[in-house]
Design a protein around this ligand. Structure first.
Ligand code: ATP
Ligand code: MG
Length: 273
């Protein structure tokens, strides 16, 4: 459900808060830094991201939100000048450990980008692509996974009669839900979303927010957003970054109503950024 007022939303979000046993850290960073050449874009961040809930990352442009997100599935590996120090864990396993295979990591840590980026293939093939890499199933068996994933992404009803049409023929909002279905098809544990609605209109945005709500509790979701209303609507906890530093991490309701740091207050009241 999309809710209209920030306060109401925050209350609902808090009511949904999981018990502490379930709520243990799924992603943990310890003095974790990310560099591009000599520039430290993420600065010694200590952060525990709870399992199976939604965490928002907010902060002004260039503060390192995407950099942090991309560290979690090692997408930053693709940038030659990029390296890290400190530690980043996923299920107590070091993400930058020598034994970690980034390809397998990315199966467990799915990502949805700012701009919908379906492959120029059929709707079916977009969703079947991942599962077909990781399993040796034939097209018939893949159908079940495709149907289930499209249902999870609330797209099935709109596309079930056109699975063999090109995905690029879908609307922007449908394409983004397709990208979500594609990410869900390989059964990840974590979903990273980097401004997933910034290219969408309000109706399509509402649809994605509804979906995040439905997926909350089933996956650990880390969402970067410039829209503070959105962070307040969809997340349980919020991390505020500024110039590469984690300034504050708190339950969303508290961060937006009683921020503990002056910088956070200045940002959420629109004094900069
Ligand atoms: N590939 C790269 N090479 C060099 N520097 C980079 C690279 N990507 C990001 N940076 C720098 O790292 C810092 C953090 O960038 P990042 O993209 O993580 O910020 P962001 O918070 O996601 O910003 P935005 O809200 O604009 O998306 C910025 O100073 C940026 O210029
Ligand atoms: Mg970014």
């Amino acid at each position: 459900m999309i809710r209209n007022t920030t306060n109401k939303t925050i209350n609902t979000s808090n009511n949904r808060k999981k018990n502490t046993a379930v709520n243990r850290a799924h992603i943990r960073s310890e003095k974790f830094s990310v560099y591009y050449g000599s520039t430290e874009a993420i600065k010694k961040v200590d952060l525990d991201i709870p399992k199976k809930s939604v965490t928002a990352i907010i902060g002004p442009s260039g503060c390192g939100k995407s950099t942090f997100l991309r560290a979690v599935n090692r997408m930053n590996d693709l940038i030659p000048s990029c390296y890290t120090s400190g530690k980043l864990f996923f299920n107590n396993e070091e993400i930058y450990g020598q034994l970690v295979d980034p390809v397998l990591l990315r199966k467990r840590v799915g990502m949805v980008f700012q701009k919908p980026n379906p492959f120029p293939k059929t709707i079916f093939d977009n969703v079947a692509f991942g599962p077909s890499l990781y399993t040796s199933r034939k097209k018939g068996a893949l159908y079940g996974i495709v149907e289930e994933s499209l249902k999870k992404a609330a797209l099935w009803e709109e596309v079930k009669d056109r699975l063999n049409q090109n995905a690029l023929g879908l609307s922007g909002g449908q394409q983004q839900r397709l990208c979500l279905a594609r990410a869900l098809a390989v059964e990840p544990e974590i979903l990273l979303m980097d401004e997933p609605t910034s290219a969408l209109d309000p109706r399509a945005t509402e649809r994605i927010e509804q979906l995040i709500d439905e997926l909350n509790g089933k996956y650990t979701i880390l969402i970067v957003t410039h829209n503070m209303q959105q962070a307040a609507r969809v997340s349980d906890d919020t991390a505020f970054f500024y110039e590469g530093e984690l300034i504050e991490f708190a339950p969303t309701g508290r961060l937006f109503t009683k921020p503990g740091e002056t910088k956070t207050e200045e940002y959420i009241t629109g004094r900069f950024g």
